[in-house]
Design a binder for this molecule. Structure first.
Ligand code: PMP
Length: 424
């Protein structure tokens, strides 16, 4: 019946509460036998935006989404330290319960101004941002349309919302959205909310936001764009793919995270609609969780200032992404999209991808192992995220390890198989 006293006990079916995860346990145990467990690894040290250490091995970090490399920026670090000295280490409650700090309000005003929107609300994480804003916006009569490759927090946003209907349209396909919007009958007083991303985090492909905006305009639908991976990186002023495609003003709701270019922890949603402010009084993930710590807010504020004043960061990440993409392409890797700060190579299956991931780490390069169900088209990927802090030499070093990976493919597989057999 229960696990009281810490002893797992069996329920009426003779199975304990964890038994449903048996297939997952078996799958995880195979991966962990290959060496380091990719889903539960710890660095012994992180020394900078592109360097970590495991044991006495220095690792080039190429999978941390630290796009502008600002986590070690002097301004961001000083701002965070100063915030701790002035305001302490945590807010110990939500903004509704404990009130906001002036720093929350200033960051909201500055993000709103940067994006040219009348309203912006800051949240505790990017995940919480989408949960809060989507569930706050979509009521029972509204229909949410999401891209087939939507991130987990967009899917979870539809789960928390009280809307009855969620429609998925084909990935990055405005014509398919158009068709589905035409087919969908809305209840009296109901609205369509279309949610897409700017840069998709697994394949590194880019949404045609301007085309989506045109479809939304024709159907009177609201457009919500998550630019978690593109804010700070794309657009002349760092305002993301929407800025690059000249349609920022047509995005009704623009969400982002602090955990990538903004070098911190938190999230934000800015809107063309001043009424968005009302949602502070209804969004449960805003009202019932602690607000971002002052140090997180102040670090993000410093990173925002860098986004506004240091365009060379964007030039560098673009150059490094082009260099890495061209090098991998030349070696014949099956890359998922044109050059962007997210570069993913398709591997034949999950086991091989896991063996290669382990081998790369042993050789001093950390990338992401991305496998189903978290990936589109059930792909197994070696996913790299490029940083403005990577040097040309760093990218050459990453490329040389990928070249060696290709050359030693058979030996890496044989070693992986031997490890699996030894563990049986
Ligand atoms: N949106 C997208 C598209 C993401 O990829 C992520 C996380 N990687 C988030 C939102 C959530 O951001 P956070 O880490 O701040 O919760």
């Amino acid at each position: 019946m229960s696990g009281i006293g810490g002893t797992a006990s069996e329920g009426p079916t003779g199975l304990d509460i964890f038994s449903k995860y048996e297939p997952l346990r078996q799958r995880a145990s195979v991966v962990s036998k290959l060496g380091i467990d990719p889903f539960n690894m710890t660095f012994d040290d992180i020394m900078g935006p592109t360097r970590g250490r495991i044991g006495n091995r220095e690792i080039i970090l190429a999978g941390t989404n630290n796009y502008l490399g600002l986590t070690y920026d002097e301004g961001a670090r000083e701002a965070a330290k100063d915030a701790i000295d002035r305001h302490g280490t945590g807010t110990t409650g939500s903004r509704i319960a404990n009130g906001s700090y002036t720093e929350h309000a200033k960051l909201e005003a500055d993000l709103a101004e940067h994006l040219g929107k009348p309203s912006c609300i800051v949240f505790t994480t990017g995940y919480v941002t989408n949960l809060a804003a989507m569930s706050g916006l979509a009521g029972p009569k509204d229909v949410i349309f999401i891209d087939a490759d939507a991130h987990a927090c967009i899917i979870d946003g539809t789960r928390l919302a009280t809307n009855k209907t969620t429609v998925r349209f084909r990935h990055n396909n405005p014509e398919d959205l158009d068709k589905r919007l035409s087919r969908q009958e809305l209840d009296e007083g109901g609205h369509a909310l279309v949610v897409i991303e700017g840069l998709y985090s697994m394949f590194g492909d880019i949404a045609p936001i301007a085309e989506f905006a045109e479809v939304c305009r024709r159907h009177g639908a609201y457009l919500y764009v998550d630019e978690a991976h593109s804010y700070g990186v794309f657009g002349e002023g760092g305002r993301g793919i929407a800025e690059e495609q000249g349609c920022l003003d047509q995005v009704d709701f623009y969400s982002g995270t602090f955990s990538k270019s903004l070098a911190s922890v938190g999230g934000f949603c800015a809107s063309n609609h001043p009424e968005f402010e009302l949602l502070r009084k209804v969004m449960r993930p805003y009202m019932f969780t602690a607000s971002a710590a002052p140090s997180n807010i102040c670090a993000a504020q410093a990173a925002l200032d860098a986004i506004k004043t240091r365009p060379e960061l964007r030039q560098n990440i673009k150059a490094r992404a082009a260099q890495l993409h061209a090098g991998l392409d030349e070696m014949g890797f099956d890359l998922c999209a044109p050059a962007s700060p997210v570069i993913a190579a398709r591997r034949p299956n999950e086991a091989q991808a896991a063996m290669e991931w382990n081998w790369l780490l042993k050789e001093g390069v950390y990338v992401n192992l991305a496998v189903p169900p978290g990936t589109p088209q059930s792909s197994s990927l070696l996913r790299i995220s490029v940083s403005a802090a990577h040097t040309e030499a760093d990218v050459n070093a990453i490329l040389s390890k990928f070249r060696a990976l290709k050359e030693n493919g058979n030996a890496i597989l044989a070693d992986g198989m031997a490890r699996l057999q030894a563990a049986e």
